[in-house]
Ligand binder design. Structure first.
Ligand code: NAP
Length: 254
């Protein structure tokens, strides 16, 4: 294990957009902690692919919708890698389409506990490890929002859209809060992306069905979102314009 290499935690890294970050992150030089909630097999597959390209990775179970799950996940990263330099706050859920007058309090509580509180609590744990206020070496946080935050998802799932609106506001505030502590915070706001999330919301064909309403006439691919996340990850330190994966020698030559 190369202790000099930075460590990246991707919540919900076992499938979909989170999983698509894997190879690029390994090639950028990250050691990757691949978080999952229940599908250990999918997470182990992602880890195996990173190892195949010569990277370092571990699968780490932890429900971001629970304090115990978050604590377990960060403890595992501490124990295995001993440092944290990047967090992709990607784990998120939708629910079945419903009007607001059909949404139960339990549904709303779950939506906000996983999508909002989970992301904020994971960011807090990351800040404790990265901030130079706590002797950390700085780092980068990328939150995964959604275009639903802008469009509102009326008639589909306004609760999900509102949870992503909260992520947008949180991203702005946190970016300003920790900018002088060596931590860069950004968010990506994907449109409709072809992943399993739509099936988990009861609409397995949603990505294809939405194609005609999308300017490109197709849903996005997870790898396209991953490229944006990887770019933001490459800008690790807010005081530096040099992508951290470049060596000092490379930077001098450019
Ligand atoms: P996905 O294909 O359903 O994958 C979800 C991932 O999150 C899986 O790795 C899953 O782990 C994990 N996960 C779910 N609940 C979790 C929890 N409570 N704790 C820890 N991990 C959990 O989803 P996706 O489409 O890639 O979405 C990823 C992110 O992008 C979400 O935040 C979503 O809101 C956002 N997004 C997606 C779209 C889209 O159209 N797909 C558009 C805009 C934004 P398991 O495998 O163990 O279940």
């Amino acid at each position: 294990m190369n202790a000099e290499k930075p460590v990246l935690l991707v919540t919900g890294g076992s499938r979909g957009i989170g999983a698509a970050v894997r190879l690029g992150a390994a090639l950028q030089g990250w050691r990757v902690a691949v978080n999952y909630a229940s599908n250990a097999q999918a997470a182990e597959k992602v880890v195996a692919e990173i190892l195949t390209v010569g990277g370092e990775a571990m699968a780490v179970q932890g429900d971001v919708g629970s304090e115990a799950g978050i604590a377990t996940m960060f403890a595992a990263v501490d124990e295995t890698f001993g440092r944290l330099d990047g967090l992709v706050n990607n784990a998120g859920i939708v629910d079945v389409p419903a009007r607001i007058d059909e949404m139960s309090a339990e549904r709303l509580e779950r939506m906000f506990r996983i999508n909002v509180t989970g992301s904020i609590r994971c960011a807090a744990e990351a800040v404790r490890r990265m901030s130079n206020r706590y002797s950390g070496k700085g780092g980068v946080i990328v939150n995964v929002s959604s275009m639903a935050a802008v469009l509102g998802s009326g008639g589909q799932y306004v609760d999900y859209a509102a949870s992503k609106g909260a992520i947008d506001t949180f991203t702005l505030g946190l970016a300003r809060e920790v900018a002088t502590e060596g931590i860069r915070v950004n968010a990506v706001r994907p449109g409709v992306i072809d992943t399993d999330i739509h099936a988990s919301g009861g609409l397995p064909d949603r990505a294809r069905d939405m194609a005609s309403s999308i300017p490109l006439q197709r849903a996005g691919e997870a790898s396209e979102v991953a490229d944006s996340i990887l770019y933001l990850l490459s800008l690790r330190h807010p005081m530096s314009r040099v992508p951290f994966s470049m060596s000092a020698a490379d930077a001098k030559c450019s």
